[in-house]
Ligand binder design. Structure first.
Ligand SMILES: Nc1ncnc2c1ncn2[C@@H]1O[C@H](COP(=O)(O)OP(=O)(O)OP(=O)(O)O)[C@@H](O)[C@H]1O
Length: 553
């Protein structure tokens, strides 16, 4: 017999005909080996520093089972093969399950999506019987809104949330620009509990009167610092403060990012009520898990230098295969032209940026993910949130002007406890980044080349856009600093060093200072030095020393 339950998502619960988002992999079987099944290097997460502030912070949990998330959601957690919660999940889920507002700052790739999705889904499951949506009015009344800065990230969150809510009766719908709005309206009218959206498209739907926010109980901003910076803030204010969304205290608000500059925190506090601030030290981003290298490369040499890196990577790759490499450039034009050049030189590449149609962007992303075009040239549109498995190398061909953008960009590798490699090309156009970059690398136990330290110590370059406020954290509660209790903080948290193993490794780079790397996997660790084995051992960037010295002196 078909299971038809009327739900207040505005439609019929069609759990029995729901497409299985896990595909054939949706069987719930006991997980034999955590490491193998999750890909998570759990040890890397053990000593992670956690900082919370606010009134009556609910204690963290060690297992998902300690929180009553509901049976259907627990089954999905097993289907996802999540054995243990990550530190941000351990701390954030009980806070959110207790109904508290939260500003959470946790390293890239550490599972923030689940940290806000689980409590939302579980909360809606519990309330399903009691919620009454307005009747007789044509409109769509989501109970939760999740906002994301890019379309691709909105899609990704939607895909994740659909997995987590499979067979729970909770309906997730996504709305984003660049696709026909009427189709999305029709989908919304079939019922929605959780609406994942980009701000532009949601505003459009609100202005058309097709969506009402009056029933919203949960509001989540992913990449919250980006959502509240100058570009997006007016749109967010409009959605959150000028339409019919219940005020803070009535709705529950959760803000998540890997970075949280102080001034954005101050702004964000308008949207929150008696919130808890949570900072989780960076495991996945600018930490030991990502080997960061910075090389001095003049603009005119960037292409040939990139080519050398890609050649070396191919030679060391698995059966001559090119490892997935994400190359960040500054402009859309620059992205197109580099992509062309790479293709002409025998490196299958594609590109993603704001001038491409949504369809082209989606095709490009798919082609990169599947390895058909293992090089993706991107602008900052791909800097945040995208969770692409097996990205081995992020190249900052053009460095960003903001250190937080750098943190998000390199965080596209080294996800979920895996290791990764990030290379930045630095030259005289990037002097304002020298100081924050050197500091960030130092915090993360990376070896800072002498020439970069010299740039960093030059007073005239010291005014770089260094918005970092958290020392070892991606951010620290600005309320504490206002009260004079916090700020800064000594070292010691990264004392352990030496996580995991490094994929790839360069060998035989023509003209470079890299040594040959047999086997491709090279252990790395603090003080150990031997990132790339051989000649590239103890002093990374040595090969560029002379060039840099002449540029500098
Ligand atoms: N408890 C868990 N066990 C195993 N894997 C997990 C767990 N939680 C999340 N993951 C996986 O970790 C990866 C990274 O998660 P997610 O994309 O949510 O990171 P994030 O913190 O939002 O990163 P970013 O700051 O870059 O947006 C995903 O592939 C996700 O499926």
């Amino acid at each position: 017999m078909a299971l038809l339950i009327f739900t207040l998502s505005g439609g019929w619960d069609r759990r029995d005909t729901e497409t299985n988002p896990f595909g054939n992999d949706g069987n719930v079987e006991p997980v034999a080996d955590e490491q193998e099944n999750t890909g998570i290097n759990f040890e890397a997460y053990e000593d992670i520093p956690i900082e919370t502030s606010g009134d009556n912070v609910p204690p963290p949990v060690n297992t998902f089972a300690e929180i009553d998330l509901g049976e259907a959601l627990n089954l999905n957690i097993q289907r996802c093969k999540y054995v243990k919660p990550t530190p941000v999940q351990r701390n954030a889920i009980p806070i959110l399950a207790a109904g508290r507002d939260l500003m959470a700052c946790a390293q890239t790739g550490s599972g923030k999506t689940a940290a806000f999705c689980f409590p939302i889904i579980s909360g809606i499951m519990k309330e399903q019987q009691h919620v009454e949506r307005p009747r007789g009015v044509r409109g769509v009344y989501p109970l939760a809104v999740i906002l994301s800065p890019t379309r691709e990230l909105a899609c990704q969150i939607h895909d994740e949330a659909r997995k987590f809510s499979y067979q729970t009766g909770v309906k997730v719908v996504v709305a984003y620009g660049g696709t026909p709005v009427n189709q999305q309206i029709r989908e919304l009218e079939r019922g929605v509990d959780i609406l994942v959206a980009t701000p532009g498209r949601l505003n459009d739907l609100l202005e058309r009167g097709r969506v009402s926010l009056q029933m919203v109980k949960y509001l989540a901003l992913d990449e919250a610092d980006r959502m509240l910076d100058m570009g997006f803030e007016p749109q967010i204010r409009k959605i959150v403060q000028q339409m019919d969304m219940p005020p803070p205290g009535v709705r529950q608000t959760m803000l998540f990012s890997a970075t949280f500059p102080r001034e954005i925190q101050r702004l964000a506090s308008d949207f929150l009520s008696n919130y808890i601030f949570l900072a989780v030290g960076r495991v996945g981003s600018s930490t030991d898990l990502i080997v960061q290298r910075v090389e001095f490369v003049h603009d005119s040499d960037k292409r040939s230098h990139l080519m050398d890196l890609l050649h070396a990577q191919r030679e060391n790759g698995n059966q001559g295969k090119q490892a997935l490499t994400l190359v960040f450039v500054e402009t859309k034009k620059g992205a197109d032209s580099l992509e062309n050049w790479l293709c002409m030189n025998g490196f299958p590449a594609t590109t993603i940026h704001g001038d491409r149609s949504q369809q082209e962007r989606e095709v490009a992303l798919r082609s990169f993910k599947t390895g058909r075009t293992p090089i993706l040239v991107a602008t900052d549109v791909a800097a945040r949130g995208l969770d692409i498995p097996h990205v081995a190398h992020v190249v900052n061909f053009d460095l960003p002007n903001d250190i937080d953008d750098y943190v998000h960009r390199i965080g596209r590798t080294g996800r979920a406890g895996n290791s990764g490699l990030a290379t930045a090309f630095f030259n005289d156009n990037n002097t304002s980044m020298a100081k924050p970059l050197a500091e960030l690398m130092q915090e993360a136990n990376q070896e800072v080349p002498d020439w970069l330290s010299r740039y960093a110590s030059r007073a005239s370059f010291g005014g770089g856009k260094n918005r970092r406020s958290g020392g070892r954290f991606g951010g620290r509660d600005f309320r504490r600093e206002s009260f004079g209790q916090g700020g800064g903080g000594g070292g010691g948290y990264y004392g352990g060093g030496g996580y995991g193993a490094m994929p790839g490794g360069y060998g035989n780079v023509p003209g470079g200072g890299y040594g040959a790397v047999p086997g491709g996997y090279v252990p790395y660790g603090r003080g150990g030095g031997a990132y790339y084995g051989g000649g590239y051992g103890t002093v990374p960037n040595q090969g560029y020393g002379p060039g840099v010295a002449s540029a500098w002196d």
